[in-house]
Ligand binder design. Structure first.
Ligand code: 6GU
Length: 225
């Protein structure tokens, strides 16, 4: 998978891209993430990328030309499966969406800033609009990092424990059961006996029950779905 992220704040993405799961995937050759500074496609001596909103409202809009020039320079090199715009008015990002996107070959992610982008970009270039939650961020960069992480960790081989991505909270629509490690007792707080019993059939039953109970208690909305 190749992800091209277009942003006015590339520095904000250097941390996530050069650390953690995204770095590991890149080192293994399983995912390449390229960050593009929109300013490089700015107009004129000042490399302008934003301008006043038509119609008198206060605020700035990301201009059509720099964004189209950047997107088209990428599309000249390869075919993209999705051109995603990160925006609070997009479709709420969830695990099924992450699953679907993780199977794609090439993705562009455009990070919104200021009041947003010229509507014509959304109409003619964007194939998908994503929000990561019902709150407003200053820009789409942190959201793009969230979406990239969620997609890339699903690519086979990225996480060393092959089964772990599939047993995550949400993958089966349930929260994960509680987990423990040594010591078996700390300050008198004991790990449940069943987990030390070695009876794997019973342990699996216990885990399933805990997952259901925790979901019922903490996220009943998941069960309604
Ligand atoms: Cl994708 N962008 C911004 N600016 N704010 C958000 C968001 C995205 N998702 C939730 N809030």
């Amino acid at each position: 998978m190749r992800i091209d992220i277009i942003t006015v704040l590339p520095e904000l993405l250097h941390g996530p891209v050069n650390q953690s799961i995204l770095k590991r995937a890149s080192d293994k050759g399983l995912a390449q993430i390229h960050v593009h500074n929109l300013r490089d496609f700015g107009i004129g001596n000042y490399k302008q990328i934003d301008d006043k909103i038509y119609g008198g409202n206060a605020g700035m809009v990301m201009m059509i030309e720099p964004i189209v020039n950047c997107i088209e320079s990428l599309q000249k090199e390869r075919t993209y499966d999705e051109v995603i715009y990160m925006t609070p008015d997009g479709k709420l990002f969830d695990q099924p969406t992450a699953n679907r996107l993780s199977l794609l070959e090439n993705i562009i992610i455009l990070c919104g800033h200021y009041k947003g982008i010229d509507q014509r970009i959304r109409e003619h270039f964007i194939t998908m609009e994503i929000s990561i939650g019902n709150y407003v961020l200053t820009g789409g960069e942190l959201a793009a990092a969230v979406v990239s992480d969620a997609m890339v960790r699903l690519i086979p081989g990225v996480i060393s424990d092959e089964t772990s991505a599939l047993t995550d909270s949400f993958q089966d629509g349930l929260l994960s059961p509680p987990i423990y490690t040594r010591p078996a007792e700390y300050r008198g707080w004991k790990v449940p006996d069943i987990l030390l019993s070695g009876n794997f059939a019973e342990i699996e039953k216990w885990n399933d029950h805990q997952a259901l109970e925790r979901t019922l208690k903490l996220r009943p909305d998941l069960l309604e779905e």
